[in-house]
Design a binder for this molecule. Structure first.
Ligand SMILES: Cc1cc2nc3c(=O)[nH]c(=O)nc-3n(C[C@H](O)[C@H](O)[C@H](O)COP(=O)(O)OP(=O)(O)OC[C@H]3O[C@@H](n4cnc5c(N)ncnc54)[C@H](O)[C@@H]3O)c2cc1C
Length: 461
């Protein structure tokens, strides 16, 4: 990686005042991407950049890796799809490796870009990145675009966002606040800057191979919970998800074509298989599908086949997703403190118990099965997420932030807002503490895995 500055900013700036950069962060799609659309409208020349974060390979303070193999693979397939879509529109994605705060200013100087456009992300690390870019003298235009509802359409100011989800939802529904329709992809993607080939030679890194278990994907696991070979041990009924907008659109259509939305509320607490819940999350979280696209497909389905409790419940869950985003806009970094929004003391932690939990070796069969599924596939049901999170915090007495870090590494649908929000909720350190949500494991096993199929399946692997 070379971050040297090829020529002085003042020289470069005079070459093209309408050269811009679009920095893809978590919104890895062309459709319904308002920030990209704005950049395309403003630029004569547009450089499209993705920074592969070098911190992905590092260990966290909890002695677990930041990113697992399956998350890297899912991201690689998402980027491969984005690259393909851009190529079909006559453009290219420049993938660079390293810190955006070092690389983007250098790239901006190299092509004389006046402004960097990007998605606004309301989480502390991502906010720090933008602040560092601005401190380095770069003009950054951020666009909020990951929620279903437009925050400006809400019937209250963000600092008056209700601290209880039900109040939020009720206000939204009473005022008939609806999501704006998804935007089409930009009509025209401006030409690449003339120096593009030089940039690729100097900074570009080749796209990673995407096949499952590919040797080209660097193993990031330093933790024994990762069986060598990873996904080769997928059970037959749970095929690996493939990232990107093309797979997202295919998945969305097959879900509604098969009319699964009509039974969602009845099946959503399931634990085994693909069809019990929508499985939109891997694509929503990687930005390959927007929440508004999912909502538009839901409304189209209701118009064609009728609405019922189940179709309503998909909207209800998408509102939960929005709620955790809005809480970030309201409370920001406070959500990342050990005490969260409460005045509770620092949580305790037991590194040995935490390791056993990560490895799926707690001795509690339902918890161990859930952790095995998570570690092997990068996905586990909402029901099991609640159960294993509750067990870590309330039974093993560990720090909720360690659990959140393990989920961050493992989940192919990792989403900073939903992960933080749900862990805070389980730990009772969010907006609605009520002493946290403690799940009785025996009751949960009885209700959700009465004949032990799930436990046998995952504990046998
Ligand atoms: C401890 C914990 C951590 C979690 N971490 C994440 C995470 O990193 N990323 C993530 O996307 N979800 C997270 N969730 C929420 C939820 O488990 C997943 O969104 C859901 O299981 C994804 O599968 P699905 O798409 O089939 O969901 P469905 O049940 O089909 O729901 C449809 C969509 O609604 C949204 N949704 C549903 N439940 C929730 C919820 N509780 N919170 C926020 N949004 C929700 C998701 O976008 C989901 O794709 C977490 C839940 C818990 C308890």
């Amino acid at each position: 990686m070379n971050t040297s500055l090829p020529r002085p900013a003042s020289d470069a700036a005079s070459t093209s005042p309408t050269t811009l950069i679009y920095w893809f962060r978590n919104d890895l799609r062309l459709d319904d991407n308002p920030g990209l659309t704005q950049a395309c409208q403003q630029a004569n020349n547009l450089l499209l950049v993705y920074c592969r974060c070098s911190t992905g390979w590092q260990m966290t303070r909890w002695n677990v890796p930041r990113t697992s193999r399956h998350r890297q693979q899912f991201l690689a397939s998402t980027l491969a799809d984005l690259t393909m879509q851009l190529k079909s529109r006559g453009s290219q994605l420049l993938e660079v490796e390293g810190s955006p705060t070092e690389l983007l200013p250098a790239l901006a100087r190299a092509i004389g870009a006046s402004t960097i456009y990007c998605e606004e992300i309301a989480a502390p690390e991502e906010q720090e990145e933008v602040a560092a870019l601005r401190a380095a003298g770069v003009t950054v235009k951020t666009v909020w675009q990951s929620s279903l509802l437009n925050p400006a359409d809400l019937p209250f100011a963000l600092d008056a966002l209700p601290d209880v989800f039900t109040s939020f939802r009720t206000k939204v529904e009473r005022q008939h606040v609806l999501p704006p329709p998804p935007l089409a992809s930009p009509q025209k993607i401006p030409a690449l800057p003339p120096a593009y080939t030089i940039l690729v030679e100097k900074w570009g890194v080749a796209s990673r191979a995407i096949s499952s278990g590919s040797a080209d994907v660097e193993p990031t696991e330093r933790h024994p919970a990762h069986p060598a070979g990873g996904r080769s041990s997928f059970p037959y009924f749970l095929p690996p998800f493939s990232g990107g907008a093309s797979a997202a659109s295919e998945h969305l259509h097959q879900y509604f074509d098969r009319k699964l939305a009509h039974t969602y509320k009845l099946t959503r607490n399931g634990v085994t298989g693909l069809d019990y819940s929508t499985k939109f999350s891997p694509w929503l979280s990687s930005g390959a599908m927007s929440a508004r696209e999912a909502y538009a497909a839901l409304k189209e389905f209701e118009a064609a086949h009728g609405a019922n409790d189940s179709t309503y419940w998909i909207w209800f869950e998408l509102l939960w997703r929005d709620y955790f985003r809005l809480l970030h806009l309201k409370y920001g970094a406070q959500l990342y403190r050990a005490q969260g929004l409460t005045s509770l003391p620092q949580p305790g932690h037991d590194a040995r118990q935490f390791d056993a939990w990560c490895l799926g070796r707690t001795g509690e069969p339902l918890v161990d099965a859930g952790m095995a599924e998570l570690n092997i596939t990068g996905y586990v049901s909402n029901r099991l997420r609640q159960i294993v999170a509750s067990y870590l915090v309330h039974d093993l007495g560990c720090d909720w932030r360690a659990g959140a870090a393990w989920f961050e590494a493992q989940l192919i649908d990792y989403d900073v807002y939903s992960n933080q929000g749900n862990w805070l909720y389980i730990a009772g350190r969010g907006t609605d503490p009520r002493n946290g949500r403690r799940f009785n494991i025996q009751t949960q096993a009885h209700e959700h895995d009465p004949d032990g199929t799930y436990r046998r399946l995952w504990n046998a692997l």
